[in-house]
Design a binder for this molecule. Structure first.
Ligand SMILES: [Zn+2]
Length: 338
Protein backbone atom coordinates (compact mmCIF):
# COMPACT_ATOMS: atom_id res chain seq x y z
CA UNK A 1 0.00 0.00 0.00
CA UNK A 2 1.33 3.42 -0.90
CA UNK A 3 1.11 5.76 2.03
CA UNK A 4 2.36 8.63 4.03
CA UNK A 5 5.88 7.43 4.80
CA UNK A 6 7.15 10.77 3.50
CA UNK A 7 5.02 12.53 6.10
CA UNK A 8 7.58 11.47 8.68
CA UNK A 9 9.55 14.65 8.10
CA UNK A 10 7.46 17.15 10.18
CA UNK A 11 7.12 14.59 12.99
CA UNK A 12 10.84 13.99 12.83
CA UNK A 13 11.58 17.69 13.38
CA UNK A 14 10.34 17.27 16.97
CA UNK A 15 12.51 14.20 17.49
CA UNK A 16 15.86 16.01 17.26
CA UNK A 17 15.95 16.45 21.01
CA UNK A 18 15.14 12.79 21.58
CA UNK A 19 17.95 11.65 19.26
CA UNK A 20 20.41 14.01 20.92
CA UNK A 21 19.42 12.69 24.38
CA UNK A 22 19.88 9.14 23.08
CA UNK A 23 23.39 10.00 21.93
CA UNK A 24 24.28 11.54 25.31
CA UNK A 25 22.86 8.46 27.03
CA UNK A 26 24.97 6.18 24.78
CA UNK A 27 28.04 8.27 25.55
CA UNK A 28 27.52 7.77 29.29
CA UNK A 29 26.98 4.02 28.88
CA UNK A 30 30.17 3.71 26.83
CA UNK A 31 32.12 5.64 29.48
CA UNK A 32 30.77 3.40 32.25
CA UNK A 33 31.60 0.26 30.21
CA UNK A 34 35.12 1.56 29.56
CA UNK A 35 35.71 2.39 33.23
CA UNK A 36 34.50 -1.07 34.30
CA UNK A 37 36.21 -3.16 31.63
CA UNK A 38 39.28 -1.12 30.81
CA UNK A 39 40.30 0.21 27.38
CA UNK A 40 38.64 -1.56 24.47
CA UNK A 41 39.17 -0.60 20.81
CA UNK A 42 35.51 -1.27 19.99
CA UNK A 43 34.25 1.00 22.80
CA UNK A 44 36.76 3.67 21.77
CA UNK A 45 35.60 3.58 18.13
CA UNK A 46 31.92 3.81 19.15
CA UNK A 47 32.71 6.68 21.53
CA UNK A 48 34.40 8.53 18.64
CA UNK A 49 31.31 7.97 16.47
CA UNK A 50 28.95 9.19 19.22
CA UNK A 51 31.12 12.29 19.77
CA UNK A 52 31.17 12.97 16.02
CA UNK A 53 27.34 12.73 15.92
CA UNK A 54 27.04 15.12 18.90
CA UNK A 55 29.40 17.52 17.14
CA UNK A 56 27.15 17.40 14.08
CA UNK A 57 24.28 18.50 16.36
CA UNK A 58 26.39 21.44 17.58
CA UNK A 59 27.34 22.63 14.10
CA UNK A 60 23.87 22.02 12.64
CA UNK A 61 24.86 19.28 10.20
CA UNK A 62 23.16 16.40 12.01
CA UNK A 63 20.86 14.39 9.72
CA UNK A 64 22.60 15.69 6.58
CA UNK A 65 24.40 13.21 4.32
CA UNK A 66 28.17 13.84 4.49
CA UNK A 67 28.58 12.90 0.83
CA UNK A 68 25.68 14.51 -1.09
CA UNK A 69 24.41 16.91 1.62
CA UNK A 70 20.80 15.77 1.17
CA UNK A 71 18.82 14.79 4.31
CA UNK A 72 19.45 11.26 5.64
CA UNK A 73 16.29 9.09 5.72
CA UNK A 74 14.61 9.90 9.11
CA UNK A 75 13.56 6.28 9.76
CA UNK A 76 17.21 5.21 9.47
CA UNK A 77 18.27 7.84 12.02
CA UNK A 78 15.58 6.61 14.35
CA UNK A 79 16.96 3.08 14.03
CA UNK A 80 20.59 4.20 14.30
CA UNK A 81 21.34 7.80 15.42
CA UNK A 82 24.98 7.40 14.30
CA UNK A 83 24.08 7.18 10.59
CA UNK A 84 25.78 9.97 8.60
CA UNK A 85 25.21 9.07 4.94
CA UNK A 86 22.02 8.57 2.95
CA UNK A 87 21.09 5.19 1.45
CA UNK A 88 22.37 6.26 -1.96
CA UNK A 89 25.84 6.99 -0.58
CA UNK A 90 26.53 3.80 1.38
CA UNK A 91 29.95 2.23 0.78
CA UNK A 92 30.06 -1.05 -1.17
CA UNK A 93 30.63 -2.92 2.08
CA UNK A 94 27.67 -1.21 3.78
CA UNK A 95 25.46 -1.82 0.73
CA UNK A 96 26.36 -5.52 0.59
CA UNK A 97 25.61 -5.88 4.32
CA UNK A 98 22.21 -4.23 3.75
CA UNK A 99 21.48 -6.51 0.77
CA UNK A 100 22.38 -9.58 2.86
CA UNK A 101 20.02 -8.40 5.61
CA UNK A 102 17.21 -7.89 3.09
CA UNK A 103 17.77 -11.32 1.57
CA UNK A 104 17.54 -12.88 5.02
CA UNK A 105 14.37 -10.86 5.73
CA UNK A 106 12.86 -12.21 2.48
CA UNK A 107 13.66 -15.80 3.51
CA UNK A 108 12.10 -15.22 6.93
CA UNK A 109 9.02 -13.72 5.29
CA UNK A 110 8.67 -16.64 2.88
CA UNK A 111 8.68 -19.02 5.82
CA UNK A 112 5.65 -17.12 7.20
CA UNK A 113 3.49 -17.84 4.13
CA UNK A 114 0.86 -20.58 4.51
CA UNK A 115 2.35 -23.97 3.64
CA UNK A 116 -0.69 -25.86 2.51
CA UNK A 117 -2.82 -24.68 -0.37
CA UNK A 118 -5.57 -27.14 0.49
CA UNK A 119 -7.41 -25.77 3.48
CA UNK A 120 -9.80 -28.66 4.12
CA UNK A 121 -11.73 -31.46 2.43
CA UNK A 122 -14.22 -28.82 1.32
CA UNK A 123 -12.14 -25.82 0.38
CA UNK A 124 -9.28 -25.47 -2.06
CA UNK A 125 -7.05 -22.46 -1.57
CA UNK A 126 -4.35 -20.91 -3.67
CA UNK A 127 -2.59 -17.57 -3.64
CA UNK A 128 -0.06 -15.47 -5.50
CA UNK A 129 2.34 -13.37 -3.40
CA UNK A 130 4.59 -10.94 -5.25
CA UNK A 131 6.63 -8.32 -3.35
CA UNK A 132 7.34 -5.11 -5.31
CA UNK A 133 10.96 -5.37 -4.17
CA UNK A 134 12.60 -8.04 -2.00
CA UNK A 135 10.14 -8.11 0.90
CA UNK A 136 6.41 -7.37 1.02
CA UNK A 137 3.99 -5.48 3.26
CA UNK A 138 1.13 -7.79 2.24
CA UNK A 139 -0.09 -10.49 4.59
CA UNK A 140 -1.80 -13.68 3.47
CA UNK A 141 -2.66 -16.57 5.75
CA UNK A 142 -4.83 -19.67 6.15
CA UNK A 143 -5.21 -21.09 9.65
CA UNK A 144 -7.30 -24.14 10.57
CA UNK A 145 -8.83 -24.20 14.03
CA UNK A 146 -11.51 -26.39 15.58
CA UNK A 147 -13.10 -27.59 12.35
CA UNK A 148 -13.15 -24.14 10.77
CA UNK A 149 -10.69 -22.51 8.43
CA UNK A 150 -9.68 -18.88 8.91
CA UNK A 151 -8.27 -16.86 6.05
CA UNK A 152 -6.62 -13.46 6.21
CA UNK A 153 -5.45 -11.09 3.53
CA UNK A 154 -4.05 -7.70 4.44
CA UNK A 155 -1.96 -4.80 3.24
CA UNK A 156 0.25 -2.81 5.62
CA UNK A 157 0.76 0.92 5.02
CA UNK A 158 4.07 1.66 3.33
CA UNK A 159 6.38 -0.74 1.55
CA UNK A 160 9.70 -2.47 1.97
CA UNK A 161 11.40 -3.58 5.15
CA UNK A 162 9.33 -1.50 7.61
CA UNK A 163 6.08 -2.82 6.11
CA UNK A 164 7.40 -6.39 6.14
CA UNK A 165 8.17 -6.09 9.88
CA UNK A 166 4.56 -5.04 10.48
CA UNK A 167 3.40 -7.96 8.31
CA UNK A 168 5.28 -10.38 10.58
CA UNK A 169 3.69 -8.62 13.57
CA UNK A 170 0.21 -9.33 12.10
CA UNK A 171 1.20 -12.95 11.42
CA UNK A 172 2.25 -13.51 15.05
CA UNK A 173 -0.88 -11.77 16.36
CA UNK A 174 -3.37 -13.82 14.34
CA UNK A 175 -1.58 -17.10 15.11
CA UNK A 176 -1.87 -16.28 18.83
CA UNK A 177 -5.45 -14.96 18.74
CA UNK A 178 -7.22 -17.51 16.50
CA UNK A 179 -6.69 -20.49 18.86
CA UNK A 180 -8.64 -18.52 21.51
CA UNK A 181 -11.81 -19.23 19.50
CA UNK A 182 -13.21 -15.68 19.83
CA UNK A 183 -16.17 -14.55 17.69
CA UNK A 184 -14.77 -13.08 14.47
CA UNK A 185 -15.64 -9.43 15.27
CA UNK A 186 -14.06 -9.74 18.75
CA UNK A 187 -10.98 -11.30 17.17
CA UNK A 188 -10.61 -8.25 14.91
CA UNK A 189 -11.23 -5.77 17.76
CA UNK A 190 -8.53 -7.49 19.82
CA UNK A 191 -6.12 -7.58 16.89
CA UNK A 192 -6.86 -3.91 16.19
CA UNK A 193 -6.05 -2.87 19.75
CA UNK A 194 -2.82 -4.88 19.84
CA UNK A 195 -1.69 -3.57 16.46
CA UNK A 196 -2.59 0.01 17.40
CA UNK A 197 -0.66 -0.16 20.67
CA UNK A 198 2.42 -1.71 19.11
CA UNK A 199 2.84 0.53 16.06
CA UNK A 200 3.36 4.19 15.22
CA UNK A 201 0.38 6.43 14.50
CA UNK A 202 0.96 6.47 10.72
CA UNK A 203 1.15 2.67 10.51
CA UNK A 204 -2.01 0.71 9.87
CA UNK A 205 -3.24 -2.18 7.76
CA UNK A 206 -6.31 -2.80 5.66
CA UNK A 207 -7.30 -6.40 6.11
CA UNK A 208 -9.96 -9.03 5.60
CA UNK A 209 -10.31 -11.82 8.12
CA UNK A 210 -12.87 -14.53 7.53
CA UNK A 211 -13.74 -18.06 8.46
CA UNK A 212 -15.39 -20.74 6.38
CA UNK A 213 -16.99 -24.05 7.25
CA UNK A 214 -17.82 -27.35 5.60
CA UNK A 215 -21.25 -26.09 4.47
CA UNK A 216 -19.86 -23.31 2.31
CA UNK A 217 -20.76 -20.63 4.84
CA UNK A 218 -18.29 -17.78 5.07
CA UNK A 219 -18.22 -15.04 7.71
CA UNK A 220 -16.16 -12.00 6.78
CA UNK A 221 -14.84 -9.01 8.73
CA UNK A 222 -13.45 -6.30 6.50
CA UNK A 223 -11.13 -3.71 8.08
CA UNK A 224 -11.03 -1.08 5.33
CA UNK A 225 -9.85 -3.45 2.63
CA UNK A 226 -10.96 -3.78 -0.99
CA UNK A 227 -14.19 -5.82 -1.25
CA UNK A 228 -13.65 -9.51 -1.99
CA UNK A 229 -15.43 -10.96 -5.03
CA UNK A 230 -17.62 -14.05 -5.22
CA UNK A 231 -17.05 -15.84 -8.53
CA UNK A 232 -20.35 -17.49 -9.45
CA UNK A 233 -21.65 -19.39 -12.44
CA UNK A 234 -22.38 -16.56 -14.86
CA UNK A 235 -21.97 -13.56 -12.57
CA UNK A 236 -19.44 -12.24 -10.09
CA UNK A 237 -20.30 -9.89 -7.26
CA UNK A 238 -18.32 -7.99 -4.61
CA UNK A 239 -19.07 -8.18 -0.87
CA UNK A 240 -19.16 -4.47 -0.13
CA UNK A 241 -19.29 -4.09 3.66
CA UNK A 242 -16.19 -2.57 5.24
CA UNK A 243 -14.98 -1.03 8.51
CA UNK A 244 -11.93 1.00 9.51
CA UNK A 245 -8.35 -0.14 8.87
CA UNK A 246 -6.61 -2.13 11.60
CA UNK A 247 -4.44 0.02 13.88
CA UNK A 248 -5.92 3.38 12.89
CA UNK A 249 -8.07 3.86 16.00
CA UNK A 250 -7.24 1.84 19.11
CA UNK A 251 -10.87 1.56 20.12
CA UNK A 252 -12.87 0.59 17.05
CA UNK A 253 -15.47 -2.13 16.61
CA UNK A 254 -16.00 -4.37 13.64
CA UNK A 255 -19.07 -5.99 12.14
CA UNK A 256 -19.17 -9.07 9.97
CA UNK A 257 -21.18 -10.18 6.98
CA UNK A 258 -22.05 -13.71 5.95
CA UNK A 259 -22.34 -15.34 2.55
CA UNK A 260 -22.97 -18.91 1.57
CA UNK A 261 -21.09 -20.27 -1.39
CA UNK A 262 -22.56 -23.00 -3.54
CA UNK A 263 -20.46 -25.88 -4.77
CA UNK A 264 -17.86 -24.66 -7.29
CA UNK A 265 -18.07 -20.99 -6.29
CA UNK A 266 -14.90 -19.11 -5.38
CA UNK A 267 -14.13 -16.20 -3.10
CA UNK A 268 -11.40 -13.96 -4.48
CA UNK A 269 -9.42 -11.56 -2.27
CA UNK A 270 -6.72 -9.18 -3.47
CA UNK A 271 -4.57 -6.23 -2.46
CA UNK A 272 -4.40 -2.87 -4.24
CA UNK A 273 -1.18 -4.01 -5.94
CA UNK A 274 -3.64 -5.78 -8.28
CA UNK A 275 -6.12 -3.00 -9.00
CA UNK A 276 -3.47 -0.25 -8.93
CA UNK A 277 -1.01 -2.04 -11.21
CA UNK A 278 -0.13 0.57 -13.84
CA UNK A 279 0.72 0.33 -17.51
CA UNK A 280 3.46 2.30 -19.30
CA UNK A 281 1.08 5.29 -19.68
CA UNK A 282 0.20 5.36 -15.96
CA UNK A 283 -3.35 3.95 -16.29
CA UNK A 284 -4.56 1.63 -13.49
CA UNK A 285 -5.60 -2.00 -14.01
CA UNK A 286 -8.74 -1.45 -11.92
CA UNK A 287 -11.50 -3.70 -10.60
CA UNK A 288 -13.27 -3.92 -13.98
CA UNK A 289 -10.29 -5.55 -15.71
CA UNK A 290 -9.91 -7.92 -12.76
CA UNK A 291 -13.59 -8.91 -13.11
CA UNK A 292 -13.11 -9.44 -16.84
CA UNK A 293 -10.09 -11.66 -16.20
CA UNK A 294 -12.18 -13.97 -14.00
CA UNK A 295 -15.31 -13.97 -16.17
CA UNK A 296 -16.21 -17.53 -17.05
CA UNK A 297 -13.82 -18.70 -14.34
CA UNK A 298 -16.53 -20.54 -12.40
CA UNK A 299 -15.39 -23.93 -13.65
CA UNK A 300 -11.71 -23.20 -12.98
CA UNK A 301 -9.75 -24.32 -9.95
CA UNK A 302 -8.13 -21.62 -7.78
CA UNK A 303 -4.77 -22.09 -9.49
CA UNK A 304 -6.15 -21.50 -13.02
CA UNK A 305 -8.29 -18.59 -11.84
CA UNK A 306 -5.23 -16.88 -10.36
CA UNK A 307 -3.14 -17.68 -13.43
CA UNK A 308 -5.78 -15.97 -15.63
CA UNK A 309 -5.84 -12.85 -13.44
CA UNK A 310 -2.07 -12.72 -13.24
CA UNK A 311 -1.62 -13.04 -16.98
CA UNK A 312 -4.18 -10.21 -17.49
CA UNK A 313 -2.23 -8.02 -15.03
CA UNK A 314 1.14 -8.88 -16.61
CA UNK A 315 -0.25 -8.22 -20.09
CA UNK A 316 -1.64 -4.86 -18.97
CA UNK A 317 1.55 -3.84 -17.16
CA UNK A 318 3.81 -4.75 -20.08
CA UNK A 319 7.31 -3.49 -19.35
CA UNK A 320 6.22 -1.11 -16.57
CA UNK A 321 7.78 -2.01 -13.21
CA UNK A 322 5.66 -3.23 -10.29
CA UNK A 323 5.10 -0.26 -7.98
CA UNK A 324 3.37 -2.05 -5.11
CA UNK A 325 3.25 -5.44 -3.43
CA UNK A 326 0.67 -7.70 -5.04
CA UNK A 327 -1.30 -10.55 -3.48
CA UNK A 328 -4.37 -12.49 -4.70
CA UNK A 329 -6.00 -15.40 -2.93
CA UNK A 330 -8.71 -17.72 -4.26
CA UNK A 331 -10.86 -19.90 -1.96
CA UNK A 332 -12.98 -22.41 -3.84
CA UNK A 333 -15.81 -24.31 -2.19
CA UNK A 334 -15.63 -27.86 -3.45
CA UNK A 335 -18.90 -28.84 -1.83
CA UNK A 336 -19.92 -31.49 0.63
CA UNK A 337 -18.75 -34.95 -0.32
CA UNK A 338 -21.11 -37.84 0.41
ZN1 LIG B 1 23.90 11.20 0.17
Amino acid sequence: MENAQMELAPVFAGLDVMLQEQLIDRRQKLQVATSQNGYNTDFARLLDEVDAALLRFENGSYGICEVCHDPVEPERLLADPLVNVCLGDLSDKQRHALEDDLQLAAEIQNALLPKSKIASDFWKVDFVYQPASIVSGDYVDVIAHDGEVYFILGDVSGKGLAASLLMSNLHAMFHSLIPLGLPLCDLLSRANRLFCESTRANHYATLICGKMNAKGEVEICNAGHLPPIVVKDGENFPIESSGLPLGMFCDSNFSSSCVRLEQGETLLLFTDGVTEAIDHAGAEFGVQRLLESINGGFASGPKELLANSLSAIDGFRGNAAATDDLTIMALKFDGVKN
